[in-house]
Design a protein around this ligand. Structure first.
Ligand SMILES: CCCCCCCCCCCCCCCC(=O)SCCNC(=O)CCNC(=O)[C@H](O)C(C)(C)COP(=O)(O)OP(=O)(O)OC[C@H]1O[C@@H](n2cnc3c(N)ncnc32)[C@H](O)[C@@H]1OP(=O)(O)O
Length: 228
């Protein structure tokens, strides 16, 4: 399957094909959960996913679907994306319409530990150095995982600072675990840290720290930004 994805990706790129959002989702607004197993997932990704699903059974962990923002999972919090006309497209941009070529991922939240993990399998469209994930895609998945974690703790947040040390390149098609947690909350500031490791835990691919700032919950993002 992985070889097929690479071939498909290369063919598509060769013809200058443009990936489009899934029309069934963007046109009628029906949400599709992209953070679910598909045929592009490797055995390692499937095994890890099953392990976390198992841990969801006693309520320790909670699976975060792709189609709804993590804010949606916090009781009493408003849906962050409701003010944005672009919200329905966000997930397709991230996951693309062809399985396996972009960001394949699944997120799980541990509320009591204020921890969010992301199982991440980068596809060929994310290539930076030959055969490895582009650093920007690693930054994206880190920011999204840490951001979801901060969102769970503080509600509507934005990244103010993200500092990443890249330790070892991530091979395309491999599976890594992005493990983030909240370290401290000071007023509107949420400090977090994150490690990206291979699934056997032997390779540290990246480590990061981040500062997120909580936004005014009574304003839409657009109102918030136009006030500055
Ligand atoms: C791929 C698979 C996806 C999976 C799917 C999951 C989806 C899950 C989605 C949810 C997760 C979203 C994750 C993405 C999140 C972004 O990508 S956000 C986009 C990137 N970030 C931005 O564009 C932010 C741009 N900056 C800003 O808008 C504003 O500077 C901010 C950050 C909102 C802060 O502005 P403000 O509210 O006016 O706050 P301000 O008064 O300036 O600062 C408050 C305090 O923070 C401090 N501060 C502010 N900035 C900084 C800084 N950079 N460094 C240090 N201190 C700072 C200030 O000094 C101040 O401190 P005190 O004086 O109170 O001690």
């Amino acid at each position: 399957m992985w070889r097929n994805c690479v071939r498909l990706a290369r063919r598509g790129l060769g013809r200058g094909a443009v990936l489009r959002p899934d029309p069934t989702v963007s046109r009628c607004g029906v949400s599709k959960d992209y953070a679910l197993p598909n045929s592009s997932w490797s055995q390692g990704m499937m095994d890890l996913y099953s392990r976390f699903l198992e841990m969801c059974k006693d309520g320790t962990w909670k699976r975060i679907p792709s189609y709804s923002n993590s804010v949606d999972h916090i009781p009493g919090k408003a849906f962050w994306g409701v003010h944005s006309k672009y919200q329905p497209q966000l997930w397709q941009t991230i996951n693309m319409d062809t399985e396996g070529v972009g960001f394949e991922y699944a997120m799980f939240l541990n509320p009591s530990e204020k921890r969010m993990v992301c199982l991440f399998q980068p596809g060929p469209y994310l290539e930076g150095p030959s055969g490895f994930a582009h650093g920007g895609s690693t930054a994206t998945i880190i920011d999204s995982t840490i951001g979801s974690c901060a969102t769970f703790v503080a509600g509507r947040v934005m990244t103010a600072n993200l500092s990443i040390n890249y330790r070892n390149p991530i091979p395309l098609g491999s599976v890594v675990l992005v493990d983030s947690k909240v370290d401290q909350v000071e007023g509107r500031k949420v400090f977090l840290s994150c490690h990206v490791r291979s699934i056997d835990g032997q390779t540290l691919h990246a480590e990061a720290t981040a500062l997120f700032i909580r936004l005014d919950s009574t304003k839409s993002l657009q109102q918030q930004m136009s006030c500055q």
